[in-house]
Design a protein around this ligand. Structure first.
Ligand SMILES: *Cc1c(COP(=O)(O)O)cnc(C)c1O
Length: 369
């Protein structure tokens, strides 16, 4: 086994478990003669809304589209401020800045979510919304965040690209605020075989605005009432996602079992293991450990690589230090917790199809480091 590389993720193993179902669903969509905005999408939207106990789901072309279109339909743009955690995937921030709005960064808490106790100090007269990112599949502290948004009359958007099926006190992520944004990028917990995304919304009005926006601003053919976009989840991907959704709870349970084995098996005091707040269900999009410092992480990556164990850093450069956001004027040291996380986090193998034997080998290697 030592010679076969253990990948940090392995999409083929996931596919092979439900291969026949995926192939049947693909053929069904192909043979229908209808490829955009049809029956597959319609039934997936209903099923995904029902799964999350949400009123509506609108399928879109990607997670980034879900984010930027959310701010657009909420009327948030030029000069408005959106509060977001500094430790996120850059797409969360691009969803804000594509609209000309300004991201106002907040440090994360111990659970990698936005630190709810640091939100209020960042609210100004220009603040319009909070974007909570359930990073790695760990829910943010939603009771406090909802309360802050209500008291300050701010919109609440959730980035659920990594949290399909995760819940806070029994309520699904994506249903706490105005819009829950999802990605179905292939590596996500609910992944398609190409790009895809969706939003969950609780109001008829927002549902209609997303539907109109995603289709060139038209509800009726050739009657374009606003300048919209082309952002639609296609029939083939919707069909694939219906298959995956049927198995999502079982896939999540497998991820949680893998996480439990890591929690119990990794005893090396050099590593900080991830935590999930009590009363929450985390879905372990990633299992992220932390080294003591950047140098130790470097040697750990090399050590694991020599043993055929692949790892990934999510994410090595926080958005405020990305070249794309140099215009915001931040410098190293501005968000020390975020920067410390960026220097020390490491995602170890976590996927549907990761065997117990492989995992035992990985745990042993970590403990012997
Ligand atoms: C993947 C991801 C996105 C973007 O989704 P795409 O479908 O790739 O556009 C946004 N936010 C987070 C936290 C993500 O992990």
């Amino acid at each position: 086994m030592e010679q076969t590389k253990i990948m940090p993720n392995n999409l083929l193993r996931d596919f092979e478990q439900y291969q026949k179902e995926f192939e049947d669903a693909a053929l069904l969509a192909l043979r229908s003669g209808w490829y955009i905005l049809g029956e597959q999408l319609c039934s997936f939207e209903e099923q995904f809304a029902a799964y999350n106990h949400a009123k509506y789901c609108v399928g879109l072309a990607s997670g980034l589209d879900a984010l930027w279109i959310a701010f657009r339909v909420l009327g948030i743009g030029e000069g408005d401020e959106v509060i977001v955690q500094a430790n996120t995937y850059i797409a969360s921030v691009m969803g804000i800045t594509i609209n000309g709005a300004v991201p106002v960064f907040v440090e994360p808490d111990d659970y990698y979510g936005i630190d709810a106790d640091r939100i209020e100090e960042k609210i100004t007269g220009r603040t319009k919304a909070v974007l909570a990112v359930h990073l790695y599949g760990i829910p943010c502290q939603m009771d406090k965040i909802v309360d802050i948004c209500n008291r300050h009359k701010l919109a609440l958007v959730e980035d659920c690209a990594q949290s399909h099926g995760a819940s806070f006190h029994g309520q699904m992520t994506g249903t706490f605020g105005d819009v829950g944004c999802f990605s179905f990028y292939p590596t996500k917990n609910l992944g398609a075989f190409g790009d895809g995304g969706a939003v969950l919304v609780g109001s008829d009005e927002l549902d209609a605005r997303f539907r109109i926006f995603r289709n060139y601003g038209s509800e009726e053919h050739y009657k374009n009432i606003i300048v919209g976009a082309n952002s639609r989840l296609d029939e083939i991907q919707a069909g694939m996602l219906k298959v995956k959704l049927k198995h999502l709870d079982e896939i999540t349970a497998k991820r949680q079992m893998i996480a439990k084995r890591y929690d119990e098996g990794i005893t090396n005091p050099k590593f900080m293991l991830p935590k999930v707040r009590t009363g929450c269900s985390g879905v372990y999009h990633q299992y992220v450990i932390r080294a003591e410092d950047k140098e130790q992480r470097e040697s750990l990556i090399e050590y694991l690589d020599e043993r055929g164990i692949g790892t990934i850093i999510h994410y090595p450069i926080p958005p405020h230090l990305a070249e794309a956001y140099r215009y915001l004027g931040y410098r190293g040291g501005d968000f020390p917790i975020t920067e410390h996380y960026a220097d020390t986090v490491l995602s170890i193998p976590m996927y549907n199809g990761y065997t117990e034997e492989e995992q035992r080998y990985v745990i042993k290697a970590l403990n012997e480091f």
